[in-house]
Design a protein around this ligand. Sequence first.
Ligand code: C2E
Ligand code: MG
Ligand code: MG
Ligand code: MG
Length: 276
Amino acid sequence: RAKDALTETVCFYEVSMDEAARSRRLIANDLWQAVERRELQLHYQVQKAVNSGETLGYEVLLRWHHPVRGTIPPSEFIPIAEACGAILPIGEWVLREACREAATWGNDYKIAVNLSPVQLGNADVADLVHRVLLETGLSPRRLELEITESTIIGDKERALNTLRRIKAFGVTIAIDDFGTGYSSLETLRAFPFDKIKLDRSFMSEVEASPEAKAIIRAILALGQTLRVPVLAEGVETRSQLDILLDEGCDEAQGYFLGRPVPVERIRVDTEKSEAA
Ligand code: C2E
Ligand code: MG
Ligand code: MG
Ligand code: MG
């Protein structure tokens, strides 16, 4: 009996593993064509100054509308795109699209683009950034690249060199999801970054957990000492924003301030500032 149950479990496990692998392969196949088929779309999420409420810029978040599977979230397809290499053409498309869009805005809002570790490990990414800035005419100081700490765990020297080249154009670098990686403090010491993005897990716990609040305080102090602004991710409520105001956090992003939306839905905002 027990043995039967075990066999069954093992078989089920294998079948579902097979399914998962099959599904990953199918997704990888489709991903290579997603750009050409115009299935990718950018959403924009506002980033604001905590004390003034002023809009500072937008983070660009990728959406994939698969013709059969519907909308697939980035948490599902980005890892597959990284594993199969499709992240390179996709990442290039995201960068070019985002810069082209932001260059049409009559304001100085920043545009923050996520950069995959795979892109950073690719020697040509600095050239790509340079080329896209020239092509689109976007001022380099309006472009921010978001990288996670895991990016830096690979070939450190190489990543550092690439980041230095990119920074030399005037582009800024933000550390994304800070506080969840392995080597936070080491990363801060070694990397030429311009902003810390505090992972949203701290925000979701700030009211219930004194520890989360203490960590936020410590990171804000660190930011102050290093003279680097801190942005809190995942702000979902008024009271979370109030805490950030109390604690002296510089910037915030989250559903309370604005959900990621297609560019048409932020146009009002950008035109308003154009007229001003
Ligand atoms: P991320 O860069 O940390 O982006 C923030 C994520 O948090 C986004 O998820 C956003 O929709 C979500 N978010 C924003 N505000 C809130 C909030 O108040 N509450 C909650 N619960 N979530 C919030 P999304 O769009 O699903 O993207 C997930 C991740 O996928 C991103 O995390 C980023 O690592 C990656 N990603 C997205 N677009 C790109 C891209 O163009 N290139 C690369 N390489 N990665 C991307
Ligand atoms: Mg990000
Ligand atoms: Mg993040
Ligand atoms: Mg994230």
